[in-house]
Design a binder for this molecule. Structure first.
Ligand SMILES: Cc1cc2nc3c(=O)[nH]c(=O)nc-3n(C[C@H](O)[C@H](O)[C@H](O)COP(=O)(O)O)c2cc1C
Length: 197
């Protein structure tokens, strides 16, 4: 088994003036310093993600699923990844529609792979968004990681692109250690036998 796992960090918000890329950059830095991952970052603002889906389900359509050309980078990044970190804000006690659309255009790309969460928002730190994401990603047979990072009131909790909490890098390491463990375990399992979806 290779020593490093392919990690895809997904920046989920696409709003004008968004904070998401700041969080995504810091998470990517933590993942690169961790050393257990080959890190890629995808920003959903760079991807064409229509809300109107094709008639067929991506669960059964396989490679013939008719995705727009502007989604190809997302699809191949999801396909190649052994693990994911979803960076999400909280919008009206859930996660942004951009993230839901990106998820719904895919299915098997998530199956039998681990997903961790880094969230931010007001008082709840995006925890409502993560609860919803855990529920949704279970439907795709993904495995969600318990120890996420949540940044309540991020507007006072971050400065110069970094969280002020000195414990944050340590929490990120715990998340990455757990994600790496699951990435290795699930990759070995996928290589040993097809997942019985
Ligand atoms: C439509 C909308 C709804 C929001 N709802 C919530 C919410 O329910 N809970 C919360 O903590 N923050 C909420 N916020 C504040 C966001 O967490 C905050 O604006 C954050 O910066 C959004 O992430 P972004 O900048 O990456 O888009 C909301 C923001 C928007 C734009």
């Amino acid at each position: 088994m290779e020593d490093t796992h392919k990690l895809l960090i997904i920046v989920g918000s696409v709003r004008e003036g968004r904070f998401g890329p700041v969080v995504g950059s810091w998470v990517a830095e933590q993942a690169r310093e961790h050393g257990g991952f080959d890190v890629d970052v995808i920003d959903l603002a760079d991807i064409d993600i229509p809300l109107a889906l094709p008639a067929a389900s991506p669960k059964y359509a396989g490679d013939s699923y008719p995705r727009p050309a502007g989604m190809a980078a997302l699809t191949s990044a999801l396909e190649e990844a052994d693990a994911f970190i979803v960076v999400t804000p909280e919008y009206n006690h859930s996660y942004p529609a951009s993230l839901k659309a990106a998820i719904d255009w895919h299915f098997t790309q998530w199956t039998a792979k681990p997903v961790a969460f880094v969230s931010y928002g007001g008082a709840a730190g995006g925890r409502h968004a993560v609860l919803h994401l855990e529920n949704v990603l279970t439907e795709l047979h993904a495995v969600t990681i318990r120890d996420g990072l949540a940044f309540p009131n991020y507007f006072t909790a971050w400065e110069d692109g970094r969280p002020l909490d000195p414990g944050a890098p340590g929490y990120a390491k715990t998340l990455l250690d757990q994600l790496g463990w699951w990435a290795g375990a699930l990759r070995s399992a996928r290589e040993a036998a097809p997942y019985p979806a």
